[in-house]
Design a protein around this ligand. Structure first.
Ligand SMILES: *Cc1c(COP(=O)(O)O)cnc(C)c1O
Length: 429
């Protein structure tokens, strides 16, 4: 495959946009080479600026669970756009999508819509601090909750891909209120709670981590966190920006049978438009302005185009709940195939998978937290990435990201992917 035009477009972009991209993970900095410029996409496929067709395992980093340019979603946006694109006044569709989300997700009475996952997590933490009257938060190394200051402490995703887990520009005053625990290690949380008794407002985590590769919670980990939150009167925040409406209708609360106090959403809930949301029971949500004292706002929040896309998406997921098991079966099939090909080539690997999230780590050790994810071979990952790309398979350009499967992927696509893995494996060590 040739990427001449993409490279030319990238050279132009770099002159006017820092690093040529509007979000760092899009650059190929970790794997080397120039990023691919996309022209359009349909179903499971991307069509790039050079006319290549790629099977897409990024799916816009999660939102496109039904595939690209899904007709009901596109049509909903077109019809809404004809009526005006933003009013800064309430619209009926905001209530419709809120009602549906509350019906699909357990333990939430009210939901507020924002414009990104970052905003959702930032607002959820402010709400937790306001509600409890405490300042400190606990987060886990390798978990990513967007780029707001409090979270850029050992964050996952692009923050680790580029080796800058702690960003300059985050003040020490902010950093000291973020306590760092180890994923899947309940003792690391207990220790922090002992050392900071009465000062912690909330524990925030990805209930299935997806920003250091895919790392499911160890047996009992979420239950133990729930119990600790109850005994210390701390709020448990599930950041379901990635997992919400992807792993189950009701997300990880439903999947694991664990109640969170606040849940954040993004990605799928916007159907590919810029949407985030946070939700909780009445007691907590009524603490928000204009009802309560915690301020949170947004000129474009609840934007009609975004709500139309999100509503069309949620409606279909709600009506076709077999999608979740069908995606899981496809992912299991892919897992088996990749594992077979890598084993045949005698390449050390660990594959983590849950639902439609999967990641390949070039390590013969279990990958259960940030340290074990970071211990895998980057060199092999980079060769693997470029090897797959050559065969027309597009995965995230970083070992610290999960792959996402979408409903539009066929078993033929999966077979082509597995075959490409076999070819790419011959170039690994
Ligand atoms: C993507 C992501 C975010 C940030 O969402 P943006 O829309 O990129 O701001 C937050 N948390 C998790 C778990 C994510 O995967």
């Amino acid at each position: 495959m040739i990427y001449q035009r993409s490279s030319a477009l990238f050279a132009e972009a770099k002159k006017v946009i820092p690093g040529g991209v509007n979000s760092p993970v899009r650059a190929f900095k970790a794997v080397g080479g120039d990023p691919i410029f996309v022209e359009r996409a349909k179903g499971a496929y991307l069509y790039d600026a050079d006319g290549n067709k790629l099977i897409d395992y990024i799916n816009s980093w999660g939102p496109m669970i039904l595939g690209h340019a899904h007709e009901p979603v596109v049509n909903a946006v077109i019809e809404k756009a004809k009526l005006g694109t933003s009013f800064g006044m309430p619209t009926e569709i905001e209530t419709e999508i809120a009602e549906l989300a509350i019906q699909m997700v357990p333990n939430i009475d009210k939901i507020r819509f924002v414009n990104s996952g970052t905003e959702a997590c930032m607002s959820a933490v402010r709400l937790a601090r306001g509600f409890t009257g405490r300042d400190k938060i606990i987060k886990f190394a390798g978990c990513y909750h967007g780029h707001s200051d409090s979270f850029l402490i050992q964050a996952g995703s692009g923050a680790v891909t580029f080796g800058t887990p702690n960003s300059p520009g985050v003040t020490q005053g902010t950093a000291k209120d973020t306590l760092l625990a180890k994923y899947n290690d309940i003792e690391s949380v207990e220790r922090l709670l002992q050392e900071n008794e009465g000062e912690v407002a909330c524990i925030i985590l990805e209930p299935v981590a997806g920003n250091m590769g895919c790392i499911p919670p160890a047996d009992g980990f979420l239950q133990q966190l729930r119990a600790l939150c109850d005994s210390h009167e701390i709020l448990l925040i599930f950041d379901e920006v990635m997992t919400g409406f992807r792993l189950a209708k009701g997300g990880c609360q439903e999947l694991f049978g664990i109640r969170a106090d606040i849940v954040t959403f993004g990605k799928v809930i916007g159907g590919g438009l810029p949407v985030g949301a946070f939700a909780a029971r009445n007691e907590i949500m009524d603490y928000l302005a204009p009802l309560g004292p915690v301020y949170q706002a947004g000129t474009l929040s609840g934007n009609p185009l975004a709500m139309a896309a999100g509503l069309a998406m949620l409606r279909e997921l709600n009506d076709r709940s077999e999608i979740f098991s069908s995606l899981q079966e496809k992912t299991a099939y892919l897992h088996k195939g990749i594992s077979r090909e890598l084993s045949r080539a005698s390449i050390a690997h660990t594959i983590n998978r849950l639902g439609s999230m999967i990641s390949v780590h070039f390590s013969d050790m279990p990958v259960a937290d940030f340290d074990s994810a970071a211990a895998a071979s980057n060199e092999n990952f980079n060769r693997f990435f470029h090897g797959l790309l050559k065969e027309g398979i597009y995965i995230a350009p970083s070992a610290f990201e999960t792959w996402f499967l979408c409903d539009a992927l066929s078993y033929d696509d999966l077979d082509m992917t597995i075959k490409a893995v076999g070819t790419a494996a011959t170039k690994l060590k």
